[in-house]
Design a protein around this ligand. Structure first.
Ligand code: NOJ
Length: 768
């Protein structure tokens, strides 16, 4: 291949040399040279080589520069000075520039007025919806339904691409055991298996079968890596995890996302053990590119190249820029350091031109792959915007996704669903008519006016007379002056519904809390309402696990709705009135009190395993060691019984697999969906192993009285761990298989693995 490729490049250079005008103040081209060049070639690598060789250093650095849009009432736009930069070839992509109109306008400048006419990439944080907003990712993770996650990502992508977006900064695959950290709302919770399954599904949803389609976007696995483990739960804080935890807990979701084809990675704002991720050559160039053979685009987080100075590993912008690009960070989001300093770094010999060329070529490949050199305007389209944005189909999907995301935490005496004879309902709590909070953080272009609040959803149901009393001025308030109004309303109603939790901006980026108990006087409000004797249930809207010991002791029924999105109101009403039977399970442990954090299900046994009430065991003096609601917990309006799990063999040899079956019966009188969970435990190994590790889930809808068999297969991959030398291995011995309805409610069987210790290498993702 190398001879024709080199020859083509030489010939093209000769052909195109008459176009080789100096970059600065060049005459605007009437049409794009880059696009014309692409049309004469049909080989990506030849094209990328040719175009790179035509570029000045400043134009190359331009491809690596990403800037944000500015926001006004008319939508996002680009300031005049930055438009000039685009003409000068000093910008490769924009952050948060969207809508067909705004993206076309900038694309025209890049393609028709810059010297080489290289099209821009438009990137946006399409995290859980574009304009139709789906449940927050932590909520959607509660569905344990990867196909749902794929479908919502797909729908969001249809909307975003109509608005001109090529690249999303999602999925966020930061596993986290730290509910004080506000960004848990963006992820899939605490478990590596669930995070990995959902990472794959979301990448497939965003990218579809091919990023070449004009209805797909490039996905970004972020924030690489360990960002979900900040010290003290404080956002951006230091991370210091062991290599083993990194490889077994935090890296698997990234591996899954890249294996699913994610075209881009964003490093985290954090450091790991003294090395800021934006300068982490060992993990970016070393692990991602060399070991995992992945060759997509690494985009910095917002100003994070500049932040290398704040971290204290660079004294100048130039040093920060050189360290970042040498570690493998291709695109500099917002800081402008690459554009401003790397030419000096190259000219002074501090940075090799090849480093710049490699980064530029990764960006150009991405532009080729999404089809921008075929037609730079193929994404944004006003007609498509009208057709797909907030379409009935997307709203319907948002409602389904919200149904599946809700978790029934508690339901004493079948308080829920509300009885048919409930004719009057007192809706209480400041969040009930908050149409913004139901969208959650990172709601892209979602708008409160498109969304249906919980109150509105309940009012839209016929046959129920709804009275609304906020009770408190807002969720953080301790002013209880109006609680008496709530009490009066509850006294006069057949049933009361508390809608409580956190406002949307109490989770998300830079939204850490030191106490994850219910904020403000909401607990007092709940006690006063329940004190009326009127049957009371509560709906929670929040973006993180909360410590709900007080509420649990007060209210007979608690429905965790997270932030359900645009269709929150109808979806919550469907579940409260029993049209939909809740099936969600917790993707993250709910502690009893904040002080138990970090508390997660896949912990180690310790040398003194916890036994409540015994001295010198791994327990607390003041609180039980167990969580309030464990990982995988979630009730239904019906009940399920489980047979004992069966394995296909008592003994298998290394490299074989074992099948596991369990019969699940709906023993109640309503149809319901159960999420059957399978965990494994390796009780004796050369390295201590967690007491349980999720390895499979099955969602199964069962009619009353119906029994179905859930089937799982365990392979060596499911039993492997990082051994004493950090190699991935299986060790022979006895394994436990635990199957049940939550991590804390399982039945156990065992099988034996025979043979000798064997390596189980990770599958390596295929380079894009
Ligand atoms: C900062 C966030 O950490 C990141 O997730 C996001 O993609 C960028 N800002 C761009 O909005």
């Amino acid at each position: 291949m190398s001879f024709p490729r080199t020859l083509t490049v030489v010939l093209l250079l000769a052909l195109l040399s008459s176009w080789n005008l100096p970059a600065a103040h060049a005459q605007p081209a009437q049409s794009s040279r880059a696009v014309s060049l692409a049309q004469t070639l049909d080989n990506r690598e030849v094209f990328v080589d040719s175009l790179t060789s035509m570029m000045t250093l400043q134009e190359k650095l331009g491809q690596l520069a990403q800037y944000p849009s500015q926001w006004s009432d008319t939508g996002p736009s680009v300031p005049a000075g930055r438009q000039e930069d685009v003409r000068d070839g000093k910008v490769g992509s924009f952050l948060s520039l969207y809508t067909a109109e705004a993206t076309r306008e900038m694309q025209e400048i890049a393609v028709e007025e810059s010297r080489l006419g290289i099209p821009l990439l438009f990137a946006y944080d399409v995290i859980h919806g574009y304009r139709t907003i789906f449940p927050i990712p932590l909520g959607e993770a509660s569905s344990f339904n990867p196909d749902l996650a794929r479908r919502t990502a797909r729908a969001a992508t249809r909307e975003a691409t109509a608005g001109g977006v090529h690249w999303t900064f999602a999925p966020m695959v930061d596993l986290s055991r730290e509910p004080r950290w506000g960004r848990v709302m963006e992820g899939a919770g605490e478990d590596p298996y669930l995070n990995s399954v959902l990472a794959r599904a979301r990448v497939h949803g965003f990218q579809g079968p091919s990023v070449a389609a004009d209805t797909t976007v490039m996905a970004t696995a972020k924030h690489f890596v360990g960002y979900g483990a900040p010290q003290a739960g404080r956002d951006y804080h230091t991370v210091d995890v062991s290599d083993r935890t990194l490889h077994e807990i935090f890296l698997p979701p990234f591996h899954a996302a890249l294996d699913a084809g994610a075209r881009s990675v964003m490093p985290g704002f954090n450091e790991i053990a003294g090395v800021p991720m934006h300068a982490h050559d060992g993990l970016i160039d070393g692990l991602l590119r060399d070991d995992w053979n992945w060759n997509g685009v690494v985009v910095s987080d917002y100003t994070a190249v500049w932040e290398l100075k704040e971290h204290g590993i660079a004294d100048t912008d130039l040093s920060a820029g050189v360290q970042a690009i040498e570690a493998g960070v291709d695109v500099d989001m917002v800081s402008g350091i690459y554009g401003d300093t790397l030419d000096t770094a190259v000219r002074s010999g501090r940075l090799r031109t090849e480093e710049v060329n490699e980064a530029v070529q990764r960006v150009l490949r991405a532009k080729w792959d999404v089809g921008l050199f075929k037609n730079p305007y193929r994404y944004g389209n006003e007609e498509r915007e009208d057709d797909v944005i907030l379409s009935d189909e997307h709203r319907e999907l948002a409602r389904t996704a919200a149904h599946q995301s809700m978790v029934l935490l508690k339901n004493e005496n079948n308080t829920l669903p509300l009885d048919d004879d409930v004719e009057s309902l007192a809706v209480i709590g400041p969040l009930a008519d908050d149409a913004r909070s139901i969208l959650g953080e990172w709601a892209a272009s979602g708008r409160a006016e498109d969304a249906i609040s919980v109150l509105q959803g309940l009012r839209n149901r016929s046959g129920v007379d709804v009275t609304y009393v906020p009770g408190l001025p807002d969720v953080k308030s301790t002013d209880t002056a109006n609680v008496s109004d709530a009490v009066a309303a509850a006294q006069q109603a057949d049933a009361a519904l508390l809608v409580i939790g956190e406002e949307f901006n109490m989770s998300g980026e830079a939204a850490s809390r030191t106490s994850i108990e219910l904020p403000g006087a909401q607990q007092e409000l709940a006690e006063a309402v329940v004190g009326t004797g009127t049957p009371t249930a509560s709906v929670l809207l929040n973006g993180r696990p909360l410590a709900l010991t007080g509420l649990d002791q007060t209210v007979p029924a608690i429905l965790e709705a997270w932030y359900p999105g645009t269709e929150a109101g109808p979806a919550v009403a469907d579940v409260l009135f029993g049209d939909v039977n809740p099936s969600g399970k917790l993707p993250m442990t709910f502690p009893r009190v904040t002080g138990q954090i970090p508390i997660f299900y896949n912990h180690k046994n310790t040398g003194r395993p916890p036994v409540e009430g015994q001295d010198y065991k791994s327990t607390y003096l003041d609180t039980p060691w167990t969580p309030l609601y464990p990982f995988g917990h979630g009730l239904s309006y019906t009940s399920f019984s489980y047979s004992a799990p069966r394995t296909s063999a008592d003994s298998i040899t290394v490299n074989d697999s074992v099948h596991v079956q369990v019969d699940v019966t709906n023993t109640g009188d309503r149809t319901g969906t159960e999420v059957v969970q399978l965990y494994v435990h390796d009780p004796v190994a050369s390295i201590t192993r967690p007491v349980q590790e999720l390895r499979g889930t099955k969602r199964s809808e069962l009619a009353p009285g119906e029994t179905r068999t859930a089937r799982f297969t365990l392979t060596m991959d499911d039993l492997a761990f990082h051994g004493p030398q950090m190699e991935r291995i299986v060790e022979p011995g006895r394994f436990q298989v635990q199957v049940g309805t939550s991590s804390a409610n399982v039945q156990t069987t065992t099988f034996r693995l025979t043979g000798s210790q064997t390596a189980v290498p990770l599958d390596v993702p295929v380079a894009p």
